[in-house]
Write a protein that binds this ligand. Sequence first.
Ligand code: PEP
Ligand code: MN
Length: 258
Amino acid sequence: MSITVDDIIIGGGSFVIIGGPCAVENREQFLSAARYVKESGANILRGSAYKPRTSPYSFQGIEEEGLKYIYEAKMETGLPTICEVLDANLIEKTAKYVDILQIGARNMQNFPLLRAVGKSGKPVILKRGIAATIDEWLNAAEYIRSEGNYNVILCERGIRTYETSTRNTLDISAVPVIKSRSDMPIIVDPSHAAGVREYVAPLSKAAVAAGADGLMIEVHPNPEKALSDGHQSLNPHEFKTLCSDIKKLANFMGFGLA
Ligand code: PEP
Ligand code: MN
C-alpha cells in the first residue's frame, strides 16, 4: 500500500528520500538544512524538536520553538516534514506543525503512545526498537493500525548486536522479510545504524538494492558543530552526491521517484 503526504507518495513503487538534521537546534541551522535538503532533490524534511537522549544531561531539543521552525521550513521549501513525538500529550501540538509523526526506537513498544498516534490519524514512521524482533515490530505497528490509522511507514534503523564497530547492526534482511509479511512501506535509516558518516553511503545503496521504499538520512549544515549525532551526519555536499547516486539506483530497481 502507499501513503500520500501532500504530493509525495511513500510505498507502492515510489521511492522517497528523507533528509535533515537529527535535531532542530535553532532557526538558522534548520532553515539552512532544509534548503540543502530541497536543493539535493530529497522529498521529505526531518528534524526533531524533542530528543530522546541516552543521558538526561545531553541536549534535549528546543521543543515548541523547534516545531515553529519546522513549519517555517515547510512553508519555504514546500517539503512535507517529520518530527518525533516522545509522549502522547505532545501529539496534538506536534500535529499542528508537522505532517508525519515519528515514533523512535526507544518508544517502539510504548503501547499507549502507539494507540494515541493511531487515534491522531496522522501518518506515522515507526522505527524498529533497539532490540526488537520483526514480529514485535509488526505487532507494534498493529497497535497504530488497530485504532484505524493505516498510514504507517516502518523504518529499519539497526539493532543491537555484539558488534561494536558500528553504532547498531543494519538488519538489511528486515527489508525483504517485511516485504513478504506486510504491505506497509519500509524505509531504512542508515545513519543511526552506522553511527559513522563514512558508512552511510554504502548502507544506503545496500538498502535500495534490497528493495526498500525509501531512506532517511541525517544531514547537517555543519556536522562538526551538531548538538546531536554529528559524527553520523553527512555534510550538504556528501548528501547531495548520495541523493543523486540513490536516485540512479532506485531508478535501476524499477522505482518511480516521489
Ligand atoms: C532519530 O531519528 O533521530 C532517532 C532518535 O532515531 P532512533 O529512535 O532510531 O534512535
Ligand atoms: Mn539522530
